[in-house]
Design a protein around this ligand. Structure first.
Ligand code: DQA
Length: 146
């Protein structure tokens, strides 16, 4: 079982960016957290981040035939990117959406999630823990062979 963890724009600035919303832990901390979860769960994984929409689309396309599932935090592209939605639909790899903050409690423009339309589950407002829940959810989902 191999999971691709994809993070979108500005998540590389975790720790620096709006710490009152996203916390003081850095992107390196997030990668270490995800790696520890995957090792505990005995899951193969790759963690990638990009600030560019097309790169994220490429990464989703390249996941076809290689990864069994995708955990994606498309960050700001969540609310704008039909290209990422279409890529997730195209490859049809089971995907779970994660947001560190609770986007449903934030600005109006964050209320729409295009990527979420192609995801089987969303975890939001749980900080790093959302990634753990997403990975555990996908492990269970894939083990059921659905
Ligand atoms: C985010 C929420 C998005 O609205 C925002 O643009 C981000 C991060 C989150 O993880 O809470 O960059 O995806």
């Amino acid at each position: 079982m191999k999971i691709l963890i994809l993070n979108g724009p500005n998540l590389n600035l975790l720790g620096l960016r709006e710490p009152d919303i996203y916390g003081r832990k850095t992107y390196a901390d997030l990668k270490a957290y995800i790696a520890a979860v995957c090792r505990d769960e005995d899951i193969g994984f790759e963690i990638r981040q990009s600030n560019h929409e097309g790169d994220l689309v490429d990464m989703i396309q390249e996941a076809y035939g290689i990864f069994d599932a995708i955990v994606i935090n498309p960050a700001a592209y969540t609310h704008t990117s039909i290209a990422i939605l279409d890529a997730l639909k195209a490859v049809s790899i089971p995907a779970v959406e994660v947001h560190l903050s609770d986007i449903s409690e934030r600005e109006q423009f964050r209320q729409v999630s295009y990527a979420g339309l192609a995801c089987i589950k969303t975890f939001k407002g749980l900080g790093f823990e959302g990634y753990r829940k997403a990975i555990e959810f996908l492990k269970e989902y894939l083990s059921q062979g659905v």
